[in-house]
Structures are given as C-alpha cells and as structure tokens.
Design a protein around this ligand. Structure first.
Ligand code: TXA
Ligand code: MG
Length: 342
C-alpha cells in the first residue's frame, strides 16, 4: 500500500473523512501524540488498526469525539463525575473509562463492558470528526511496543505501507498519551498518568482519585491488568535503558564510570555538554523538574537514541508527581523497570 503524507488543508481533511467513512485507516495528529483512526462502530475497520500496529487483540482502544452529543450510543451513561471532568478538561488530553454503549464495536473495546472516550483539543482531529461524522477509535500511531510518535516523520517511519494517509499537523504539544481515568468502579481510578494530573482531577471532583499500582510498579505474576495496555512492554527503544536516580553529581560520576562503546546518556537540558566532555554522547529531554517540558520531549528523545545507534542508555530520573508522573511511568516501561540509586 502507498502511504501519502499530506499537509493540513480542506482537501486533505475531506480525503481523511472519506477514508474513515469507507472503513479505512487515517493517521493524524492530536495534542498528545499521533494516532491511527478508524470508525469505532465498524469492527472490520478497527481490525485493520490492530494489524497495522501489530497490537494484541485484547488491548482496547480509545474512542474520540468532538461534542458531548456524540457520546450517545458510545457510552451507556454519563455519570456526574464524568460531567464534572468533561466540563473541566474537555476538549483536552483526558480519557474517561465509562460503561459501554450498544453501538461501539466489540473490536474497539476488546470485548470489555467499558469503553474509553476522549474529546481531543487538536483542531485537525475536530475537523476530521466534524467532516466525517465518525467517532473514531485511535491508538497511538507507533508499531506496538515502540515509543508513540509525536510528529509525522516518526509516524511514517512506523506506518509506511501500512495505511493510506498520514495528515501532517506538525509536532504534538503534549508529547505523551492522554491521562486515563476509570469512572466505571466505586472510586475514580487513575489507570494511566498524563498531562491532566491526579491532583487537578481531585480538585474538580472534591474526592480522592486512586492510583492503579501498575502505574509505578510491575504487575505481579498472574495479576490481571485493569487497563490491559499496562501489561505489555511499551515505549521501548532498541537500547537497554536504565534509570539512574540521584543528584546530578552522582549521575555524572555513574555515567563516567560506565562510559563505553554504544553508551549514551538521556539527561536534562543543559547537561549534555558536560557528559559529552566525559566521552558519553547525550540526548536531552527537557528541563529538570519541569514535567510538561520532559513529557513534550521524551518520546522523540527515545527515537533519537535509536537513530544514533545507542546500545545502552543511562537516563536521568524525573520526579514522579504532577505531569512528571506520566514521564516517570513511560520511562519506567522504556527501562523495563530497571532503576539504580546512586
Ligand atoms: O492520547 C491518547 O490517548 C492517544 C491519542 C491518539 O488519542 N491514544 C492512545 O491510545 O494512547 P492507546 O491505544 O495507545 O492507549 C490506550 C490505553 C491503553 O493502555 C488501553 O489499555 C487503555 O487506554 N484503555 C482503553 N480502553 C480501556 C478500557 N475500556 N478500560 C481500561 N483501559 C482502557
Ligand atoms: Mg499506545
């Protein structure tokens, strides 16, 4: 299959809408990461997403909408907590898991009785949904297991020949996938951290948002994941990544002691030159202590390490609260949970 990459204009939006209505795939930018869209009501269309990504069939997809009225048929109900979170954070990088409605395909939900829904703020997504009238299922546009793409070039690197169209809308502003919160149980439960933080949701809801332990810990053997996506190896570059927790001085000494062929550093802005001076090439991934800046850079930094031929990567450890919880969560998976304290 020929994959076209088109700039955003009326014709390319109309073409994307037409492809979606005909049950085909379209890769497109969102404010979080690039996604691969297919009509969420059309099981045969959604199956093509799983094939294009090499994604396990039991990992459900998020349904994207552009107005509250589009929830009809997709979810069974909009509970008061969902109304509050939607009013505060939609359109934006928040996915809510709700009881599933009758129209969404089994393939989209991977057979679960819940469905994840989100209303993205990106103007291209909104334009495509409006032009097609299609609520679309869309996972991140990477091959399964690779870091999510945050621009059209990284999307093409993974999806060339696998789908007909990529809309090029520049770089994604947020850089990590949406926050996922389940509102289908007794208490709100954070399943995946993102740009919308636990603290922000608690302020709006006036109650505690519980945190799934799988966010910052490995699943125990035999345990079933509340969010099936959490059980898979994720976000992994080709190199072996280790997170090094400690002060800048201790990190620099650790990296100096472990320098060698194929060894790279993944550090904060302004630190790369000092490491290069030690003979260790470095990729910077945002400002120390600034979760939003690290989130924006993390996935493209991981892909840069691959392109540079890194074999072993020592990563500076981000914070684990606020937006940085999302950064730490993705980096932990990229590192297969290897963390050393120095
Ligand atoms: O920012 C985003 O959310 C991007 C853009 C494209 O919108 N999409 C995205 O989709 O990250 P994906 O498929 O890569 O991640 C969806 C996550 C997975 O971890 C999945 O297991 C979880 O959401 N999920 C989806 N539906 C669920 C459900 N009904 N119950 C629990 N977890 C669910
Ligand atoms: Mg993904």
């Amino acid at each position: 299959m020929q994959t076209q990459v088109l700039p955003i204009n009326e014709q390319s939006i109309a073409l994307a809408a037409d492809l979606l209505r005909r049950g085909e795939l379209v890769a497109l930018p969102t404010e979080t990461v690039y996604g691969i869209a297919a009509d969420a009501r059309n099981g045969a269309a959604v199956k093509k997403i799983f094939t294009a990504k090499g994604r396990p069939q039991d990992n459900p997809l998020i349904v994207h909408i552009c107005g509250m009225e589009m929830l009809a048929g997709i979810v069974a109900c909009v509970p008061p907590r969902a109304q509050k979170l939607a009013a505060a954070f939609w359109p934006g990088p928040l996915t809510m898991v709700l009881p599933r409605g009758p129209e969404v395909s089994d393939v989209t939900c991977a057979g679960l009785d819940t469905v994840g829904v989100r209303m993205p703020s990106h103007p291209v997504v909104q334009a495509v949904i409006r032009a097609s009238g299609v609520a679309f299922a869309a996972p991140s546009a990477n091959l399964s297991g690779k870091p999510s793409p945050t621009n059209a070039a990284d999307t093409l690197a993974d999806m060339d020949g696998r789908l007909p169209l990529i809309l090029d809308g520049g770089e994604s502003a947020v850089g990590v996938e949406s926050t996922v919160v389940s509102l289908a149980g007794e208490h709100p439960l954070l399943l995946r951290p993102g740009y919308v933080t636990k603290e922000q949701m608690e302020a709006v809801l006036g109650e505690e948002v519980f945190v799934s332990h799988a966010i910052l810990e490995k699943l125990r053997p035999g345990e079933t994941a509340r969010s099936p996506g959490m059980k898979y190896k994720h976000y992994a570059p080709k190199a072996d990544v280790t997170i090094v927790k400690g002060s800048w001085q201790a990190y620099r000494a650790f990296v100096a002691a472990h320098a060698g062929p194929g060894v790279f550093a993944l550090c904060f802005d302004g630190e790369g030159a000092a490491l290069a001076g030690l003979g260790v090439p470095a990729v910077e991934y945002g400002a120390a202590g600034d979760g939003a800046s690290e989130a924006h850079r993390l996935f493209s930094a991981l892909r840069e390490l691959d392109k540079a031929g890194a074999k072993t990567v020592y990563a500076r450890c981000p914070r684990s609260d606020g937006v940085a919880m999302a950064v730490y969560n993705r980096l932990l998976r990229a590192a297969a949970f290897r963390v050393v304290e120095v």
